[in-house]
Design a protein around this ligand. Structure first.
Ligand code: ADP
Ligand code: MG
Length: 274
């Protein structure tokens, strides 16, 4: 397996799209696992009350457990809720519990309600001896305060786009929200990466959607496209990424390629700016 360049400092991604079922969680988990496998130290923060990312990483998220909910609403340090994933020794996860569903409303009345994840994460990274190379925040399918907290905590946005009809619908709303956040709450935020997912090469429609996305976002869209694959959808029920579940499958291969692209692109940008 190829060795990937590590970033000079922690790269913090939010995986966002207000649509459900487009591959946010799948992409967060599998990119994280792929990068951890190559030696990067990776944290996944599950910000969706459903806790699908926690499940897929083999991390328990029962309702009687402390989670990212207490971090957001109760000032609990992140270190108290970090779990080692069963997936890989370099891969950690901050789980979500169902209580997070109420956070959307509870946050409204709190001071600095948009900055709470940012503050907790920055404090956590600052006290780590060797901080993570990558943090992936898995967002719920909405543009509420949880997602805003992710936008404020992150430096990069990764948007998974499902290669199907209506794929681009709602995208302009997402983009204008990112712009608003950049202007008012987080000047460091940029849309760095678009990942085409659930691609079915047999349909013309999928090809058209992929081309349309590339036309709109020529620099952000990864070359690698994630195919629709049964192995990808089976893996979470075993508490595994597709990379562990079936290393040689097309889904595993494509997520490993996408991870390599993410690592190399930043490395060559870094070189250019040196
Ligand atoms: P989101 O987090 O955006 O709601 P998910 O990552 O949970 O989306 O994906 C939605 C559903 O599609 C899940 O059941 C997941 O297993 C399945 N899925 C995601 N990516 C693929 C893929 N490449 N091939 C087949 N099924 C996929
Ligand atoms: Mg999800």
């Amino acid at each position: 397996e190829a060795v990937l360049p590590l970033p000079a400092s922690t790269r913090i991604f939010t995986i966002s799209n207000q649509k459900g079922g487009v591959g946010k969680t799948t992409s967060a988990v599998n990119l994280a696992a792929a990068l951890a496998r190559t030696g990067a130290r990776v944290l996944v923060i599950d910000l969706d009350p459903q806790g699908n990312a926690s499940t897929a990483l083999g991390v328990e998220h029962r309702s009687d457990q402390q989670s990212v909910y207490e971090v957001l609403v109760g000032d609990l340090p992140i270190a108290e809720v970090v779990h080692r994933s069963t997936e890989h020794e370099n891969l950690d996860c901050v789980p979500a519990t169902i209580h997070l569903a109420g956070a959307e409303i509870e946050l409204v009345s709190l001071v600095a309600r948009e900055q709470r994840l940012r503050r907790a994460l920055d404090a956590h990274l600052a006290q780590m001896e060797s901080p993570y190379d990558y943090v992936f925040i898995d967002c719920p399918p909405s543009l509420g305060l949880l997602t805003i907290n992710a936008f404020v905590a992150a430096r990069e946005v990764l948007i998974p786009i499902q290669c199907e009809y209506y794929a681009l619908e709602g995208l302009s709303q997402l983009l204008s929200n990112i712009e608003l956040i950049e202007r008012h709450l987080n000047p460091d935020l940029r849309l760095s990466t678009i990942l085409l997912t659930m691609y079915d090469s047999r349909t013309n429609l999928a090809q058209q959607v992929a081309q349309e996305v590339r036309d709109h976002f020529p620099t952000q869209t990864l070359e690698t496209i994630i195919p629709r694959s049964v192995r990808v959808s089976e893996a979470p029920s075993y508490g595994q990424s597709v990379i562990t579940y079936d290393f040689t499958s097309s889904g595993s291969l494509s997520y490993r390629e996408a991870a390599a692209e993410i690592a190399w692109r930043a490395a060559s940008e870094q070189k250019e700016s040196d």
